[in-house]
Design a protein. Structure first.
Lengths: 125, 443, 480
């Protein structure tokens, strides 16, 4: 996926919007996390709430809560990244995606950042 | 005493710091709180202290002991104390700096391996405080995994374990604890059927159970797993050189009291909480885990691993708050398992089962004494006396210096004059004859 | 070449360390259906094989006996051998925990006397010795608080306030005891802000957990006002006593407004750390909390000692039987050999040693705080080192090669690149001077040749280990 086509949350998740949106972790964030050793994914069918924890990514000495950028129902999870967490470091925007979600509230997307806004945001951080 | 500072040292150090007196260093403490009055006795020198403590230790009565009920008299091989007293093990701490802690790390890896082998399980942590807290943590893990708040347990688990478990759930009324009734002292498929339901997070079985009886763990495990309930087994490791393993029973979590592996009774601790689980649950384990890896040159080495579950990283989301565990006790158990090996552990189990069988045989020959339950038992068993068990225990303790076992009336009022008697590998035919004679003469 | 073979790799079928020839073995009659199918995969070694195996492994460890071990917040002081010897007395080790009180008078008297001494040192009204470690003590403290509020009908108190400088065990304990954690950011000087505390205090607050001195080695000077605010809100003040080595014989927490606190026998009271336990904890409490402590407590009546099992107001039982009695004997032996003044000297010399190290290093390793410290100080690598890409981890590993255990690193979390140094009172000035020299050399050598410090350690049993591989593909036991 091209980073410019994605939206971003301030908690560093990216989302490819659509009927079935795809969520992952930004390249900047995977870099900050360091080597990912474990990914805990939500269950398919589970409800996720905007800005609430729905997955966990662990490095050797840290754990990061992954927040859902929108509210909705989880429709798929990336078993490949659970089996090989290194994918999240190697390919955060493609093979390292985390879960798919059916958004329930279109307004949720309004507060998300564009690629350009996110670039500014991470520079400030 | 243990302070090296001379007056000259102190002066030089204060000068280097740039203050004229110690008081200048503690100005952040409001002065009214500094140097309060203490009502403490004078300090003793080592000679005086040794005499004082020796006297205290002699005030404990040395008895011929047939008490078990969760803590067992064991012979401790001499090599164990020699090895665990080595300062390099004794005075190190949690192996935070792996490169300079390979000794501790490798022994923990070996400990984990030994426990997995004994329990027939895939994974073990580096230890918990004791058998009770291990079981409580397993129940907490089951609740965390399933999101369910109902805990079903065999009515024959150690009553202390039940108490600790309820405390570990902060005595909260949110959680429902249901006892599975017993038939002839054991869980049966029929009794299990009365309580098992899908709303339960877990079922807890202890084998050998509190009454010493060996449960049919395999059949029970099958019934539990069919309902999709997490199966937790608490087992005495000293029995596992011979008896069926929790792994063979299909346990998801298996725990135990490691005191059985060559630790002294010491009035309740330090003991060793064994905590093992099936592979998919590895990240649900509380506490430290050691893993094998390689160093920069590709050489084998050991590190603390899967740390992101733990309190120092996860803080309020950690799987447990445990930090210090019972590492030296785990080392002791590892050395014990290494010295005994598979055949020694089998002999140990046989010596226990044999001593208890002999004691049961001798005691039940005494007119008026009956075995309370009919099932197979390991190293303890229950008998029903024709008189008050507490009074008999007291009498024989005073007259003969023998502790005949634990009267069960306080814990299980419906059991009347029942007595839980234990005999381990430390008991000989002569000891058992003494017990039988004392009981017979004092009934 | 270091032999790092596992015991199982040295195993030879048929070798034995111990055998059991007890004739009663023949009486064992357990049906085969109840027995395991395969023997466990355990090593087969002679006793000598095993002794050499474990002795060699021990030599790969740093320990207090062999190395200066300034691990902050862990109080790695000398562990007197006297304590070890008396705790191993048969009279103590042979007592079964369910022995009748009349058969355990010596142990009970020891526990009673230890309780009295610890109660006096903390300035509290009573104590339980049941917890097995510090974190277990914290848990005991919080469930005691919970039982207290339950008994007073104040079940709406569900929050525990914890400063961000606290040990991870504090928030973890709060969750375990069924509370939610409210965090408070520390002030720039590392202390707790009274204003921020008052904002968070309210009818939902159950307990405020405070480490005194805090993890930056600083005393909460406004402790009196803090305690007052906590009590006015109807909450309890809990003191994490992990750092009691700075206060023993110098300050009574009971007098500064603490309601309940834990002690670590393996820190302040000199019992050995054992590679990660066993420790022993204790919870000392004020009068209003005593009925809610876990039971049993040891009491005395008519010259006889007995276990009191309390009543329904108790918070329950946190471990089997009594507590880690074998460890408690060691702490008792330690206290026996100290008068009131001598206990005060423990804290005084611990504070002196920490300030000496601070004074000699702060020009090179900036200290987070500008004040004198209590028993430990938190340093950081300076700009000159950071510019060379050197981190706290590199300093820690460099120390190992110079023969010193590393301080606690990356804690407290509020200090970037923290190095938390706690020398303890039992180290001599010469040892501190050697440590200071090593720290200064690491700085200079690191600036001159950053890459070789980044590669440290080079002189240990292993070099830096691949923790990523260890966590991604856990190998946590041997297999056939």
């Amino acid at each position: 996926m091209k980073p410019e086509e994605l939206k971003y949350a301030k908690s560093h998740e990216w989302i490819k919007l659509g009927d079935e949106a795809v969520v992952g972790v930004s390249d900047y964030a995977q870099h900050e996390m360091g080597d990912v050793v474990f990914v805990e994914l939500p269950k398919v069918g589970q409800k996720a709430e905007k800005e609430k924890q729905c997955a966990v990514v662990e490095s050797v000495k840290s754990a990061f809560d992954i927040l859902s950028p929108v509210s909705g129902t989880i429709t798929a999870v990336n078993e490949a990244v659970a089996a090989d967490p290194a994918l999240l470091n190697q390919s955060p925007l493609d093979e390292g995606w985390l879960f798919k979600i059916k958004p329930e509230n279109p307004a949720d997307a309004e507060t998300l950042l564009t690629w350009e806004q996110y670039q500014v945001f991470i520079k400030q951080a | 005493m243990y302070l090296p500072h001379t007056e000259k040292d102190k002066e030089e150090m204060l000068k280097a710091i740039g203050v004229s007196s110690f008081e200048d260093l503690v100005k952040q403490i409001p002065s009214k709180f500094l140097n309060p009055e203490y009502n403490l006795p004078e300090g003793l020198d080592e000679v005086q202290a040794a005499r004082h403590i020796q006297k205290l230790s002699e005030k404990n009565r040395k008895t011929l002991n047939f008490l078990g009920a969760g803590a067992y008299e064991r012979y401790i091989p001499a090599a164990i104390n020699a090895l665990i007293s080595r300062g390099e093990f004794l005075t190190a701490y949690t192996p935070y700096q792996a490169e300079s802690s390979q000794g501790t790390l490798q022994t923990i890896y070996e400990y984990q391996s030994c426990m997995c082998a004994l329990y027939g399980m895939d994974c073990s942590n580096a230890s918990m405080y004791d058998g009770a807290t291990s079981l409580a943590e397993a129940a907490r893990a089951a609740v965390r995994i399933t999101g369910k708040k109902k805990i079903i347990y065999s009515a024959a688990i150690n009553p202390q374990y039940l108490k600790v478990m309820k405390t570990y759930f902060a005595q909260s009324e949110e959680y429902e604890f249901i006892a599975c009734p017993l038939e002839d002292g054991k869980v049966t498929l029929a009794s299990l059927d009365k309580v098992l339901d899908e709303r339960a997070a877990c079922f807890i079985l202890q084998t050998p159970n509190f009454f010493g009886l060996i449960e049919d763990g395999e059949a029970i495990g099958k019934a539990v797993k069919e309902k999709g309930i997490i199966f937790i087994v608490s087992a005495d490791p000293a029995s596992l050189g011979m008896l069926k393993t929790p792994g063979e029973m299909g346990a998801d979590f298996a725990t135990g009291e490691g005191q059985s592996l060559g630790l002294p009774l010491s009035y309740g601790g330090p003991y060793l909480g064994i905590f093992t689980c099936a592979k998919p649950l590895v990240r649900q384990m509380p506490g430290r885990i050691v893993g094998m890896t390689t160093d920069k040159d590709g050489k084998r080495g050991f590190v603390l691993t899967l740390q992101a579950r733990e309190q120092h990283i996860r803080r309020d989301k950690a799987s447990s708050n445990i930090c210090s565990n019972e590492a030296l006790c785990a080392l002791s158990a590892t050395i014990y398992a290494t010295l005994l090996g598979p055949s020694g552990l089998k002999e140990l189990a046989e010596a226990n089962a044999g001593a208890a069988a002999a004691a049961a045989e001798k005691l039940t020959k005494i007119p008026g004494i009956k075995k309370t339950f009919s099932g197979n038992f390991f190293n303890e068993f229950v008998i029903t006396l024709p008189c008050d068990a507490d009074k008999l225990r007291e009498k024989i303790l005073e007259k003969e210096n023998i502790d005949i076992g634990l009267p069960l009336k306080t814990l299980f009022p419906e059991m009347g004059n029942a007595l839980l008697v234990c005999a381990t590998e430390t008991k000989t035919e002569e000891d058992i004859d003494r017990l039988a004679k004392a009981v017979k003469e004092n009934l | 070449m270091i032999d790092n073979r596992l015991s199982i790799e040295k195993s030879v079928p048929g070798r034995r360390g111990i055998t059991f020839k007890n004739s009663l073995r023949a009486k064992a009659a357990i049906p085969a259906a109840l027995c395991r199918k395969e023997a466990p995969l355990l090593p087969e070694m002679s006793e000598f094989d095993a002794v050499r195996h474990f002795t060699k492994l021990s030599s790969l460890n740093f320990s207090v006996d062999t190395h200066f071990y300034p691990l902050g917040s862990c109080t790695m002081k000398y562990n007197p051998r006297f304590n070890e010897e008396v705790s191993a007395l048969k009279g103590f080790t042979a007592v079964h925990p369910l022995a009748k009180d009349s058969a355990a008078q010596g142990t009970l008297e020891m526990l009673y006397d230890l309780s009295s001494r610890l109660t006096e040192l903390t300035g509290m009204d009573g104590i339980t010795l049941q917890p097995a470690a510090g974190a277990h003590g914290e848990f005991t403290g919080l469930i005691t608080a919970k039982a207290y509020f339950r008994a007073h009908g104040e079940t709406e108190r569900v929050e525990v306030i914890v400063p961000d400088s606290a040990h991870g065990t504090n928030p973890a304990t709060a969750s375990m005891a069924g509370f939610s954690t409210v965090n408070i950011a520390s002030e720039p000087d590392g202390r707790l802000s009274l204003t921020k505390l008052k904002e968070k205090l309210g009818p939902k607050t159950a307990v405020v957990m405070l480490t005194v001195p805090n993890t930056l080695g600083i005393f909460e000077s406004r402790i009196e006002e803090i305690a007052k605010a906590v009590h006015e809100a109807g909450a309890l003040l809990y003191m994490d006593g992990a750092n009691f080595n700075a206060l023993i014989g110098l300050v009574k927490p009971g007098e500064i407004g603490v309601d309940l606190m834990h002690l670590n026998m393996h820190k302040t009271f000199s019992t050995p750390h054992g590679g990660g336990g066993p420790g022993a904890g204790a919870i000392a409490a004020k009068k209003h909390l005593l009925p809610h402590l876990p039971m049993p407590l040891v009491k005395k009546d008519n010259g006889k000692y007995f276990c009191d099992y309390g009543d329904s107001r108790s918070s329950g039982q946190v471990k089997s039987f009594f507590g880690n009695t074998g460890v408690l004997v060691k702490a008792y032996a330690y206290l026996l050999t100290h008068s009131a003044k001598e206990t005060g000297d423990i804290a005084r010399m611990a504070i002196l040693n920490a300030n000496y190290v601070l004074a000699k290093l702060k020009d090179m390793y900036p200290c987070y705080s500008k004040e004198y410290c209590m028993h430990e100080c938190v340093l950081t690598p300076g700009h000159d080192m950071i510019e060379k890409g050197l981190k706290t981890l590199d300093i820690a590993k460099g120390l190992l090669d110079k023969g010193f255990h590393a301080p606690t690193v990356y804690f407290p979390l509020i200090v970037h690149e923290a190095l938390m140094i706690e020398p303890t009172e039992t180290e001599s000035k010469e040892t501190l001077d050697e440590f200071i020299k090593a720290m200064r050399e690491i700085h200079d050598e690191g600036i001159a040749d950053p890459d070789s410090l980044k590669a440290a350690p080079l002189r240990q049993a292993v070099k830096r280990l691949d923790e990523v591989q260890a966590a991604r593909k856990p190998n946590i036991r041997w297999q056939a």
